[in-house]
Design a protein around this ligand. Structure first.
Ligand code: ZN
Length: 317
């Protein structure tokens, strides 16, 4: 058995690339899946994602420190998404020692997404901080472009498959899915942890966990609808009132399509809305989507009419 260090790039203080999707959100989903499949195959895996760094440099330094704190790691893998309106998957390595595994990851992720390699095969890069400074060999995977419509769609819809593809690329063999845990696994931790979530029981919505309560509250303040819970599930911070004002839509990263999206609507914009509210993105705006949009609007202090107009869109994107 081998030992691996896996992390997702960036964090919620120093965010990654934003476009149709958010890098720091989707890379964490892929990272979680990668870890899940590696562990299912019996490997030792450390999650060295950093949620605390307040600047890009701190974030990178924290990651490297975590990776280097373990002994005899066989490979470190850094998971990112690209920006710049290109398309495809990129894999970076520090030197040719990791040729075989890097090629396997590239091939697998391309297959899982239907995307091609961006540029020519695996690239050598000795300038990337994480690759340069980690003691074990490290590989960085850019899983598609957040600001290219098709890339963003396929990657965000297949985070589990992409994670599996990376895990299988690392191991050079296929891995079967782990049996679902009987209840959501809460990681054993030393000391108290303050979790930032939408509600006590909603582990999926968690965007961070901190030993320091102030850090947790800070993060929750930045994300409307999020609250802080201690280990027993008691709320220690939570805006009882919805966020004051929706952002102006002019700040949206994805421009408002210019028409209302509501029950009966179909297509790409509907899928985008569905992903934002956590509904299966089938592109058909039915009653379930309407309900989820209403809940989203309520959480964000918007009129809960279940119709996505300019205001709701501006908050979503
Ligand atoms: Zn990145």
């Amino acid at each position: 058995m081998a030992k691996y260090s896996i992390h997702a790039g960036h964090n919620f203080h120093v965010t990654g690339a934003h476009g149709f999707i958010k890098e720091e959100v989707v890379d964490r989903q892929i990272k979680d899946a990668t870890i899940k499949y590696l562990r299912a195959a019996g490997q030792t895996v450390y999650d060295d994602t950093d949620e605390d760094g307040r600047t890009q440099n701190q974030n990178l330094a924290n990651i490297v420190r975590k990776v280097n704190s373990h002994s005899s790691i066989d490979l470190a893998v850094s998971i990112h998404l690209n920006a710049g309106k290109g398309t495809g998957i990129e894999v970076y390595q520090y030197d040719n020692k990791t040729d075989a595994v890097a090629q396997r990851i590239l091939k697998n992720v391309c297959k899982a997404t239907g995307l091609h390699g961006h540029g020519v095969g695996v690239k050598k890069n000795q300038g990337l901080y994480v690759l340069r400074n980690t003691k074990p060999s490290a590989i960085l995977v850019e899983c598609g472009f957040v600001d290219t419509d098709h890339d963003a769609d396929v990657v965000s819809e297949h985070t589990d498959a992409v994670g599996k593809a990376i895990a299988e690329g690392i191991l050079g063999k296929s891995v079967t899915a782990p049996k679902p845990a009987s209840k959501p696994a809460s990681k054993p931790v030393s000391g108290h942890l303050y979790r930032v979530r939408k509600s006590a029981g909603d582990a999926k919505s968690q965007i961070g966990a901190f030993k320091d309560k102030a850090n947790a509250i800070n993060l929750a303040k930045k994300h409307s609808g999020y609250e802080v819970y201690d280990e027993s599930g008691n709320k220690v911070y939570g805006a009882s009132k919805p966020a004051s004002k929706p952002q102006a839509s002019s700040q949206s990263i994805v421009p408002y399509p210019g028409h209302l999206i509501k029950q009966g609507s179909r297509g790409k914009d509907v899928q985008r809305v569905q992903r934002a509210v956590g509904v299966t993105p089938d592109g058909i705006y039915g009653p379930a989507t309407k309900k989820a949009v209403q809940a989203y609007q309520k959480r964000h202090g918007l009129a809960a009419d279940g119709i996505v107009g300019e205001k709701t869109w501006g908050v979503m994107f």
